[in-house]
Design a protein around this ligand. Structure first.
Ligand code: DC
Length: 225
């Protein structure tokens, strides 16, 4: 039976952490749609394609094979058969992914892929345009938000845990820059769907956010029986 939960929100709002936990608890599949754009960005870097060469990037988008295997431990991402789960998180990919994802035919291709990966499943799909574009008829839509300061602190802590030293002001600047890019895209911009439930996670623990969304899902499932 298909049941789609769309979770959108800016970088650092907690989407990734929270959706993974909920998927495990409720036996849903968790699809991180950012990974599809990250695969393309990685391939653009590997092929040395100029970021302004949209034609080449579109051609590449139409000719790469992205597979996502959602497991209990998280998504395993394959690019042309190679496991790139870790490589797509590298800083050089993060830097260019927003620009790559702003190319409209690239989005058309990725949205089609994301729909196919979710078809007929119980799935929590997280991204920027899930409730607005990818699944406008999702069973439940959530928009997670948090202040840019809180999100920068979370990102810095995450960096520390991964052994990366970073400067708070610099991280904050990057978060604000990425928000601007994501919110001002011509297509697929980051935006709360009118019928999405807004959850501001600034003052919430991960467990509190997980509990809140879990209750919303269970209530919606009950109501749709
Ligand atoms: O969630 P993330 O940081 O892995 O996303 C990487 C980039 O991909 C982000 O800058 C915005 C873009 N993205 C998008 O445009 N649409 C989505 N549904 C998911 C991500």
């Amino acid at each position: 039976m298909s049941f789609i939960v769309a979770v959108d929100g800016p970088a650092g709002s907690g989407k990734g952490t929270v959706t993974k936990k909920i998927a495990q608890k409720l036996d849903f599949i968790n699809l991180d749609t950012g990974a599809t754009y990250r695969c393309l960005a990685l391939e653009v870097l590997r092929k040395g394609i100029d970021l302004n060469n949209e034609e080449k990037i579109i051609e590449l988008a139409n000719n790469i094979d992205i597979k996502i295997d959602s497991t209990k431990e998280g998504d395993i991402v394959y690019l042309n058969g190679e496991d790139v789960t870790k490589k797509i998180r590298q800083e050089n990919v993060t830097k260019i992914v927003s620009q790559v994802s702003a190319i409209i035919p690239v989005r058309t291709k990725m949205v089609e892929l994301q729909r196919n990966l979710s078809k007929g499943k119980k799935v929590i799909v997280e991204g920027r345009d899930i409730g607005t574009v990818v699944f406008p008829n999702a069973n439940l839509k959530i928009y997670l938000d948090a202040s840019s300061e809180v999100r920068a602190k979370r990102r810095q802590k995450q960096n520390e845990e991964n052994g990366i030293t970073s400067n708070y002001e610099e991280v904050l600047k990057q978060i604000i820059q990425r928000d601007n890019n994501d919110k001002n895209k011509k297509v697929g911009a980051l935006k709360k769907a009118d019928d999405a439930v807004l959850i501001d996670t600034s003052e919430m623990t991960i467990e509190e956010v997980v509990d809140t969304i879990e209750k919303l899902i269970l209530t919606r499932q009950e109501n749709e029986k």
